[in-house]
Design a protein around this ligand. Structure first.
Ligand code: ADP
Ligand code: MG
Length: 501
């Protein structure tokens, strides 16, 4: 490495010079953004190297690297110009090791002894922090290392499930459907109680909500093994509350719930129609929020759609960040299938992955189930993973229904895909969110059923044939001109016309 010409003479070693430069740069960067953005993306970064041409900044993972490159390259370039008075190139690299070294405080505690007892459930009293090394902290937890009598640290013993060691950001495949949710979870973990509070994640079942919530917990524990995290299903919250009412120890209940750094409640939609628990949750929420503690919630629907959720909770849930996780697109499904099989020690060819990705299109848990079944089948039979074997192992996926596709099939497909109600399609609503799915359904009906234009119009609240012609033409045009629409429509057509017996 060349010396840092533009630095004012700093004493001592290269290390301290670099540190001084980094501190100056951090100040310059900080002045160019909101404090929470700095906390989220730059607090943990480190200066990897600097020479006459290039300055390299290290971050902990490829996601942060891409984020910095996309959104902060200008701020970085300007900061470098300000501090070094020239326009050296800025590169962002991934180097978790370096970050680790740069954050080892003098006299940091040694590594914990590792238990040889093998992986076990994690809902144990928390462990002694493993110094600044988050990975070790995680391994120690996964191994069940713990300090007797100290159950107040880390994932609290009162959490109802242990964290699954596989549910980490590293194991989460990011695609257009979940990119934002992933970034938001990462952001919350980087600056708990600050960046997004509450963080409210919603989406249908099997799309990765629990996985992201747990990744967030792991990431917080990696950074701060002393963080007190309570991870609960909503059901547990409800049950604890009811029990404590019955046993008359509500004070103890409150103490437990309000005495944490991070409260994660999975599937909060289960508060629907539970008035008294909602009331209690409202107070818990307020106490935690006011003392700057992070609240993380997941739900199958956005706050306003949770039946009979008190208005004041709806509004509080929207205070922070409400993010949706959407069903994965084809490419993401392919990537997940390949990742899941690789995790299990086998590679899936593109052909096989795409065969499965075409047939399982909404639920990631099902994708995972298909991989498990296929690999299990291959293992037992000793046969290579071929299209034939996939058809055999996953017969139900390939087992087509009888008869011609009906209008009902089309409507089911379209309403599910676009998350709209049939009554919306039949209503007079003309917003794009409704009109577009309606037009798509009309187009599909025209393509694959024998219904007349009038009959098709009849399925959509008695629209006349000219409306149907307009819709069919419009979608036909999009099909020809827009590759994304073409892929979507061809996917629909493929599914509706899959061979039937
Ligand atoms: P939800 O809580 O939304 O019902 P889960 O988080 O339980 O869904 O996810 C279901 C399964 O799918 C889990 O095994 C999870 O690891 C996996 N999964 C979901 N999304 C992804 C993703 N983007 N990358 C890898 N695995 C995923
Ligand atoms: Mg879940």
């Amino acid at each position: 490495m060349k010396p840092q010409e533009a630095l004012s003479p700093e004493p001592a070693s290269d290390g301290s010079t670099k540190q001084a430069l980094w501190e100056k740069l951090q100040r310059a960067i900080r002045s160019r953004m909101k404090p929470e953005q700095f906390e989220t993306w730059f607090r943990r970064a480190a200066l990897a190297s600097v020479d006459g041409e290039t300055l390299r900044i290290a971050v902990q993972n490829s996601f942060s690297r891409d984020w910095l490159r996309t959104y902060y390259s200008e701020a970085l370039a300007e900061s470098v110009r300000e501090v070094l008075h020239d326009s050296r190139r800025v590169e962002v690299i991934v180097d978790p090791e370096l970050l680790l070294q740069s954050q080892v405080p003098v006299g940091a505690p040694g590594q914990p002894a590792r238990s040889a007892s093998g992986p076990q459930a994690l809902a144990t009293p928390a462990v002694e922090p493993a110094g600044p090394n988050g990975t070790l902290a995680r391994e120690a937890r996964a191994l069940g290392t713990q300090r007797a009598g100290d159950n107040t640290r880390g994932l609290l013993a009162t959490s109802d499930v242990g964290l699954n060691p596989k549910y980490t950001f590293d194991n989460f495949v990011v695609g257009p459907c979940n990119r934002f949710a992933h970034a938001a979870a990462l952001g919350s973990a980087e600056a708990p109680g600050k960046a997004y509070n509450p963080f409210f994640l919603h989406g249908s079942v099997g799309l990765g909500k629990t996985h992201l919530l747990q990744s967030l917990c792991w990431a917080i524990l990696d950074r701060n093994p002393r963080a007190r995290i309570l991870f609960l299903s909503c059901e547990t919250f409800v049950n604890h509350f009811i029990n404590s009412l019955e046993n008359g120890d509500i004070a103890k209940f409150r103490n437990k719930y309000r005495n944490v750094d991070v409260l994660v409640v999975d599937d909060i939609h289960l508060l629907a129609n539970k008035d008294r628990t909602q009331e209690e949750f409202f107070h818990t929420f307020n106490t935690l929020y006011q003392s700057g503690k992070q609240i993380v919630l997941s739900s199958d629907s956005p706050p306003k759609d949770i039946p009979s959720l008190q208005e004041r909770l709806v509004s509080r849930f929207k205070w922070g960040l409400v993010t949706e996780i959407e069903p994965p697109c084809f490419e993401t499904r392919m990537a997940i299938l390949k990742r899941k099989s690789r995790e299990r020690g086998r590679e899936l060819s593109d052909d096989i992955a795409s065969m499965l990705a075409e047939r399982i299109d909404s639920n990631i848990r099902e994708l995972e189930g298909a991989v498990t079944k296929l690999l299990g089948f291959a293992g037992v039979s000793g046969l290579p993973i071929s299209a034939e074997l996939a058809r055999e192992a996953l017969r139900e996926l390939f087992h087509a229904r009888r008869g011609q596709p009906t209008m009902e099939d089309i409507l089911t497909l379209v309403t599910e895909h676009f998350s709209v109600r049939l009554s919306d399609l039949q209503s007079k609503k003309r917003t794009n969110a409704i009109a577009y799915p309606r037009q798509v359904a009309m187009f599909l009906a025209r393509q694959i059923t024998r219904h007349s234009l009038e009959e098709i119009g009849g399925f959509f609240g008695g629209r006349d044939h000219s409306t149907v012609i307009y819709a069919v033409d419009k979608i036909q045009e999009l099909h020809e001109q827009d590759p994304a629409t073409r892929a979507l429509l061809d996917g629909f057509l493929g599914r509706l016309q899959a061979p039937r017996n």
